[in-house]
Each structure stands twice: as C-alpha cells, then as structure tokens.
Design a protein around this ligand. Structure first.
Ligand code: ADP
Length: 479
C-alpha cells in the first residue's frame, strides 16, 4: 500500500470486484458521502465461496510456520499503516482518533497472537486401554468460514475472526458491515500484500440478507462466526440449522456496572467513563446499567456529573482533542431520543444532557439519567450510546439479583475493596466476563465471549483458535 487510498471494491479470488449497483458510505459526523461499495448479493457470494473452497485444500495443508510468517507480515503492515487505517476508521465509524489508533493496535494483536499460536495446535496420543490399539487425536481446520462483522469495531472484529481462521488453515468469506466497509477492504489490501494467496481471504460487500443467507445455506461453508445483534444472531442460527454449521455468536450485552460503598469511587468513576463512553457508548461491553449502593449514590453521582461535563464531543475524525464522536446513523440517534423520552415519561430524572446536538452529524449529548425503574425501556435494552443510567441498590444480594435479571450475559463490572465480596460477585455474576475493579478488560490474549442471549464461542486467547478447528480421532490397530 504505497499511497493510501480508499478501496471501494470487493475482493473475490484475489480480484477487486466492482458493480454498477452501489451502496453509499457516509461519514456519521458530517452526513456526507465518503464513497461507495459494490452492492453484491447471492451470485457474488457464491463466487466467493467457490474461491474459498478451491483455495482450502492448499491453504489448509500449507505448513503452519508458513501461514504464521504470512500473518506476521500482515500484522507488521497493519501497524506500519496505523495512522492511515485509524483515520479511515474514524471517518467511517465516527470514533475518536486516539481510540481508532488503539483499535488498530488491538486488531493487529489478534493477527500476531494467532500467527504465533497456530504453530502450537498440538494433537494428542491417548494412552491405550487395549494392547492391540493405539489412539490419536489430530486437529484440522473446519473448512470454509463465513464471517459477518459489525460497524462498531470495523478493524478489530475482522482480525479477531479472520486471523484465527486463517491461522488454523481455514479460508474465509467475510461480509463487513455496509456502514464501515472501507476498514475491511484496507485490511484486505494489506493481507494481499503480505502474501495471503488468492481465494483464501474474500470480502463480499452489499446486501446483508442475501449475502448472509447464501453463506448460511451453502453446505461448503462449515462455520459462521458472527458479531452483532441478538436478533440477527438468532436468525443466522436458524438459517444454519439445515446444514448443521458450527457457529460462534458474539451478540448484544446489557452490562451491569456495580459500585459498592467500599469501592474506590474515583477509580470507579474513571473506569465507568472509559467503559460507558468507549466509541461513544457503542460497544457490546459498555456499562449499560450502573448499580450504585444507596449510601454513596449522591456522592458518586456528583463525581460522575463533574467527569461527564468535561467530555468533549465533536468531529472526532479530524480533531485530536475530541473524545466523543457521533452515533453511527439516524436510527441510533432516534433510539437515544426514544429511550430518554420513555424514561422521562415514566418518571426518570435527566441530570445531564438528554438531547441531540446540532453539529451536523448524528450527535447526542452525554447524558445521565436517575430515578429509573425496570418498566423503562432503558433498563432492559442495550443502550448503545452516550447515556448513563443509574440505579440505587441496598444490599449485595439485591445488586446481584438486578445484575442477573437479564437475558444478556456478556460483560459485567464490579467495584469493591472487600475481597471476599469481590470473589462472591465474580463467581455469581451470570456473565462470560467480569471486570473486577476495572472497566476495560478486552485484549487478544484473553477469552472474549458471552453466555445466555449474548451467544457462545470465545474470541482471542488460547481458546480462540479452537473455534476454527475440528478434532479427528484416529484408531490404529497394531495387532
Ligand atoms: P448492529 O445492531 O450492531 O448493526 P446487526 O446484527 O444489525 O447489528 O449487524 C451486524 C452485522 O450483521 C452487519 O454486518 C450487518 O450487515 C449484518 N446483518 C444484518 N442483518 C443481517 C441478516 N439478515 N443476515 C446476515 N447478516 C446480517
């Protein structure tokens, strides 16, 4: 990638594919068009699956050390282009520039981690219980993988799925979000430059339903890895039933953020700001319900108000000092207004913010709501925006009961300096992840994923590559 330019074509079998039918991509901070992508569908998805299926026998048998070297080169190229990739990400996703640079590093870390890990996918020899038999287990790639990714991490969600898949020896057909496709296409260009062979990594842009449907229905696709809404995850699972595909689903969350009276309040406030306002509140692990022990509720609230007032909202893609960008589109902006209005109608108090900001894009004021109750939409929906919803609680039992009273089970957070209580909470929270006295916990080397309606499968860590591997048992008669 000599001169960085926005790639506006899909990638099938190593060829950049265009079409007359296009979808526009908008900068959410200005509502202006950045460019467009081919609006592809069933036919092109089938072509991409053809290419991935054809490339699979060779890629899956390429020695892991060779695959690792190619992936390490990809990793290095991503980091070499960090500032350009971050600028593109902020432009299409609205994310603060510093956060975007962080995402590029975070995304690259998955590539490196799985490049290193694929050389250690060891099988087993099981001590035999029969003198005439020997038992072995080998690990093989699952086959062609369909990956479907969201807009809130346009870079890292791709590497988090594609790096382990490619490292394991699978080939991939990726459908990035139509809202943020350019980060994916830029990654693909670097992947080609790193030497990933044609057909091994394909990107189909366009109509979500027909691309998704085709990936799910085709028996050659052996695995779907999806990050997005619970609604679409359920749909994909149903669509995959006839071909019995393996699935990894990383779906919505409704994270409790519990602050006990014995917590370090300044740390809790700082970490809450980091958790709730990352990507302007648009991550699936954002603190969604802030549970604060009654005895410290007012103190905590006043510290929080001071901290939130300092946050700078604006054109994150071009102003380094901006911390909060816009929401991704009108639909999400409307949702903020709906959640606030519904809460106010049912008796909530708006302590700060509460309205859209007239700045040209999909901006909403950082908002704090109190006096909330479980009948309000905000208490059971994933907010996905810059709203802090605070609830008081009296006892540990009550905090746990409220925290677990949701179908979601992705991230949870608990703040207390009381060690036995911390342990009890960590063990009893029905979530895939618990941040104990921390509001940020995700990285390439630990297992990310949920329980209940937040899905299943783990990304990152030593477990992440297992999602793309199947076991084969070999029974050898030595009589
Ligand atoms: P979000 O609310 O985060 O946008 P979605 O589940 O709508 O979550 O989107 C996540 C990804 O799923 C995006 O790439 C989107 O295009 C894709 N998607 C949306 N609807 C479907 C569908 N019916 N089939 C397959 N993919 C879909």
């Amino acid at each position: 990638m000599q001169h960085f330019q926005v790639i506006q074509t899909a990638l099938i079998n190593g060829e950049w594919i265009d079409s007359k039918n296009k979808l526009d991509v908008i900068n959410p901070a200005t509502k202006q068009k950045i460019g467009s992508i081919p609006n592809l569908g069933v036919k092109e998805t089938q072509q991409a699956i053809d290419a991935a299926a054809e490339a699979f026998p060779i890629w899956s048998k390429t020695p892991p050390a060779t695959r690792a070297n190619i992936l390490l080169k990809w990793h290095n190229l991503i980091l070499q282009h960090k500032s350009q990739l971050a600028a593109l990400l902020s432009m299409e996703g609205g994310k603060a520039l510093e956060e975007s640079r962080g995402e590029i590093e975070y995304g690259a870390a998955f590539v490196r981690w799985f490049a290193e890990g694929c050389r250690r996918v060891d099988g087993d020899i099981i001590p035999s219980d029969n003198p005439e038999k020997r038992y072995l287990v080998i690990k093989q790639p699952v086959g062609v993988v369909g990956a479907i990714t969201p807009w809130n991490f346009p870079n890292a969600m791709i590497t988090r799925k594609c790096a382990p898949a490619l490292a394991a020896g699978c080939t991939v057909v990726l459908k990035p979000s139509e809202l943020t496709p350019f980060s994916a296409l830029a990654l693909a260009e670097l992947a080609l430059e790193a030497g990933i062979p044609k057909g091994v990594f394909n990107i189909v842009t366009g109509d979500a339903e027909s691309i998704g449907n085709t990936l799910c229905e085709d028996p050659r696709v052996r695995k779907i890895s999806f990050t997005g809404s619970t609604r679409v995850g359920q749909l994909l699972m149903a669509q995959c039933a006839p071909t019995l595909k393996r699935l990894s689903l990383e779906l919505g969350g409704n994270a409790p953020f519990i602050v006990f009276e014995d917590a370090n309040l300044d740390k809790a406030v700082k970490d809450l700001i980091a958790s709730r306002f990352r990507n302007n509140g648009q991550t699936c692990v954002c603190a969604n319900r802030i549970l604060v022990q009654e005895s410290i509720f007012e103190t905590f609230l006043s510290k929080l108000v001071d901290a939130v007032k300092k946050l700078k909202v604006g054109l994150a893609f071009k102003d380094e000092s901006v911390q909060l960008g816009p929401l991704i589109n009108q639909e999400h902006l409307d949702k903020m207004q709906r959640l606030v209005q519904d809460a106010l109608d049912k008796g909530a108090e708006c302590v700060l913010g509460g309205k859209p900001l007239d700045m040209g894009g999909y901006f909403f004021e950082p908002t704090i709501l109190t006096q909330l109750n479980p009948t309000m939409q905000i208490s059971f929906e994933e907010i996905f925006g810059p709203i802090l919803a605070l609830y008081p609680f009296r006892t540990e039992e009550e905090a746990l009961q409220i925290a677990n009273a949701t179908h979601a089970g992705l991230a949870s957070y608990v703040f207390t300096e009381n060690m036995p209580r911390l342990w009890r909470m960590m063990e009893n929270l029905e979530y895939g992840m618990v941040g104990a006295n921390t509001g940020s916990m995700s990285n390439a080397i630990t297992p990310f994923g949920g329980v209940k309606h937040s899905g299943f499968g783990r990304e990152g860590s030593k477990y992440g590559i297992d999602e793309y591997i199947q076991l084969k048992y070999l029974c050898l008669d030595v009589s």
